[in-house]
Structures are given as structure tokens and as C-alpha cells.
Design a protein around this ligand. Structure first.
Ligand code: NAD
Length: 359
């Protein structure tokens, strides 16, 4: 028997790594009665227009910009789909309450490589701070002047880490290695952060922002963190501070960020994620007229870097995403307890390693 899984938003690297993990896991993960998994790859995103492509599949395998709101989940259910396999950590794009009500199995890959994302955050920060993005272009044109490339030494500076979960913790360890003073904000304090003496917690975000030369966002997107960086919190930031966001675009309200850059209050912004990224990121729009005026304005600033949601993108992370996704699928099919389940028995399931989640 073949168990069909419809894989959406597939890129060549997804196919390569999922297929490889599937080949390795094939013997281990077949459903006992000789059933095998049949991955059907679609290169477009899951949404109401494409949901019919999941017909005949028991599960859909999706990524960060696929749509999993109530109408899509209802349509998937009507097509016979019973499981949602996220090949990512964030699950802000899934209506978990609706999924639970429909009896869906939903699982993510909570920790494929926190270090990969943390390292990328620091790389973005240092690119912006030391202007290597500008130096790269300048030197290629034979211009070896240093004017405009002046940065600051990270050693001794204060870095704000907002969210000290897996990625925030990994980032704090790197910043500590640089010799930075670390201030953290998280409603659920990390024992590891405290035990490793990585820095101090601030109970008030505004107080943290007013002291930091650099601020790196590592909290998930929820109702309470939506636009956590807004006109009010930007005003609290230290003049000239650099803001880094590799978490989720919706943490930042873009318009006031543009205003803070224009007024020179913000020293720079490095983004791997953007609120309006869905429909743009992961695709080639180089020949198109991009209609998002806020994104286009952002990209005109010399002290802004935008990347296309690539912080996770390492060999190690792709291997882990593929093997954990297939393990989640095997757990679902075999009715094994799944450590990565987000919804269980008609109530939101709060994982032991997680914080109370309400979307
Ligand atoms: P995690 O669940 O381990 O940690 C999140 C932390 O944020 C928790 O400690 C939680 O208590 C804290 N938090 C919750 N609400 C908060 C608030 N209001 N203020 C401050 N902290 C708050 O998650 P993680 O694995 O560290 O991942 C963090 C986020 O990174 C994910 O939610 C995802 O959106 C994003 N991410 C991005 C990429 C990428 O490629 N750019 C890759 C993986 C994850």
C-alpha cells in the first residue's frame, strides 16, 4: 500500500534532502503492513486555489509561506487529508485551533539547527555593522577607499536578545564569545541562559531597548509579539542602534522602521524575514515590478540588509528537517506518540520543552 504525501512549496533542495531521507528511512518508517510513503512534490504554495492537488494524500508537507488558515484546513479535510507536516519550526501560519477541531495531526521540526539561525543573525549584524556588503561591491570596481565603511567594535557593546529559546540562547552564546554584555527579555526565563551566566534578564522590554547597541529578535510570532517593534518601542531604542530580525516578519511594523531610519534614529536594520514576504520570498521576481512600496523603500537605505528567509539554510539543517519530517509522518501513520505534535486530543498540546502557546 502506498501512503501519499503532498509536498508543497518544493524547491530542488527540498526534493533532494527529503528524497534522500526517505530512502534512508524507508525500511524503518514503513507502516508495518508493508505500506510505503509516496511523496508527491508540487513547486507552488498551498492555498485555497491549490488545495485540490492534495486529493488522495493522507498528509501535506508544508513550509513557512504556505497558507493553513481555517478555509484551507477545511478544504484539506474535505479532500481526505488528516496530517499537516511542517518542515519548519514556526507555526504562526497554522490555525491550530481549527486544526484541532478538525482532528488534524500537526507536527513541526522544532529544532533543526538553532545554531544555523543564530550564526546567520550575527553574520547579518556584523555585515551591516562593518559594512562588508558595501565593501564587497566597492572593491570589485577597483575602489579601495574606506570612507563610509566605518563600523564599531562588538567587544564591550550591549546586545539585546529578545526571546531566549533555542535560537536566542545560541545567539547569546555567540555574543558572549565576542565579549558583549547581553541583556535578555523573555516572559519565560531560560535556566540554561542563567546557569551559563550569559547575561542578565530585563523584565521590561523598553528598558532593555534603551540600553542596547544591537537588538536581535528571537521570539515567535504570536498575538502578543505581533509588531513588538513599533513606533513606541523604536522610540525607546538607543540612537544609532542596529536591529536584526531573523525570526518572523510580523514582529516588526515596517512603516515606523522606515521613519526611524529616515530620522537617523536607527543605525541600521538587518532582516531575514519580512511581514509581506509571502508570495515574494523563495521565488525569482527579478523581472517583475514589485508592488510592495515599503519593502522597496527599505531596500534603498545603505544601512539596511534584506535576505530572503535563509537563516535556516545549511546542509545540517536540511538533513535534520527532512529526517524529522519523515519521522513525524511515521509517528502519525503508526499512531506512535510524536514528540513534535502541536495539537493533540482536541486541546492545544503544550509540549514539555515549550511555553504556553495561544495563537
Ligand atoms: P523557541 O520556542 O525555542 O524560543 C522562543 C522563545 O521566545 C521562548 O523562550 C519564548 O518564551 C520566547 N517568547 C515568547 N513570547 C515572547 C515575548 N513576548 N517576548 C520575548 N520572548 C518571548 O523558538 P526558537 O527555536 O528559538 O525559534 C524562534 C523563532 O525563530 C521561531 O518562532 C521562528 O519564527 C524563527 N525561525 C526563523 C528561521 C529562519 O530561517 N529565519 C528558522 C527557524 C526559526
Amino acid at each position: 500500500m502506498s501512503i501519499k504525501v503532498a509536498v508543497f512549496s518544493t524547491k530542488p533542495y527540498d526534493k533532494q534532502y527529503l528524497a534522500a531521507a526517505f530512502a534512508v528511512e524507508r525500511e524503518k518508517s514503513h507502516a508495518g503492513d508493508g505500506a510505503v510513503f509516496d511523496l508527491v512534490f508540487h513547486d507552488f504554495a498551498l492555498n485555497l486555489d491549490t488545495v485540490a492537488l492534495a486529493r488522495g494524500a493522507i498528509a501535506v508537507c508544508v513550509f513557512v509561506n504556505d497558507v493553513l488558515n481555517a478555509p484551507v484546513l477545511e478544504a484539506l479535510h474535505a479532500e481526505g487529508v488528516r496530517a499537516v507536516l511542517l518542515r519548519c519550526a514556526g507555526f504562526n501560519h497554522v490555525d491550530l485551533v481549527k486544526a484541532e477541531n478538525l482532528g488534524f495531526f500537526v507536527a513541526n521540526v522544532p529544532s533543526y539547527s538553532p545554531e544555523a539561525v543564530a550564526e546567520f543573525s550575527v553574520a547579518l549584524l556584523q555585515t551591516l555593522n562593518r559594512r562588508t556588503h558595501r565593501a564587497y561591491n566597492r572593491v570589485r570596481e577597483g575602489n579601495f577607499t574606506l570612507d563610509g565603511l566605518l563600523g564599531t567594535t562588538l567587544h564591550g557593546k550591549t546586545v539585546g536578545v529578545v526571546g531566549t529559546g533555542r535560537i536566542g540562547l545560541a545567539a547569546a552564546r555567540i555574543f558572549k564569545g565576542y565579549g558583549c554584555r547581553i541583556l535578555a527579555f523573555d516572559p519565560y526565563k531560560s535556566d540554561d541562559f542563567l546557569a551559563e551566566k550569559l547575561g542578565e534578564y530585563e523584565d521590561d522590554l523598553d528598558t532593555l531597548l534603551s540600553q542596547c547597541d544591537f537588538v536581535s529578535l528571537h521570539c515567535p510570532l504570536t498575538k502578543s509579539t505581533h509588531h513588538i517593534i513599533n513606533e513606541h518601542t523604536l522610540a525607546k531604542m538607543k540612537p544609532g542602534a542596529i536591529l536584526v530580525n531573523t525570526s518572523r516578519g510580523g514582529l516588526i511594523s515596517t512603516r515606523p522602521v522606515i521613519a526611524a531610519l529616515k530620522s537617523r534614529h536607527l543605525g541600521g536594520v538587518a532582516l531575514d524575514v519580512y511581514e509581506g514576504e509571502s508570495g515574494l520570498f523563495y521565488n525569482d521576481h527579478s523581472g517583475d515590478i514589485i508592488e510592495d512600496d515599503e519593502l522597496m523603500r527599505l531596500m534603498t537605505f545603505p544601512n539596511v540588509i534584506v535576505c530572503g528567509h535563509q537563516a535556516f539554510f545549511t546542509v545540517e539543517a536540511l538533513n535534520e528537517i527532512a529526517s524529522v519530517t519523515l519521522q513525524n509522518l511515521a509517528d502519525f501513520v503508526l499512531s506512535h506518540p510524536c514528540p513534535n505534535s502541536l495539537v493533540r486530543s482536541h486541546k492545544l498540546f503544550v509540549r514539555r520543552d515549550s511555553y504556553p502557546v495561544r495563537i
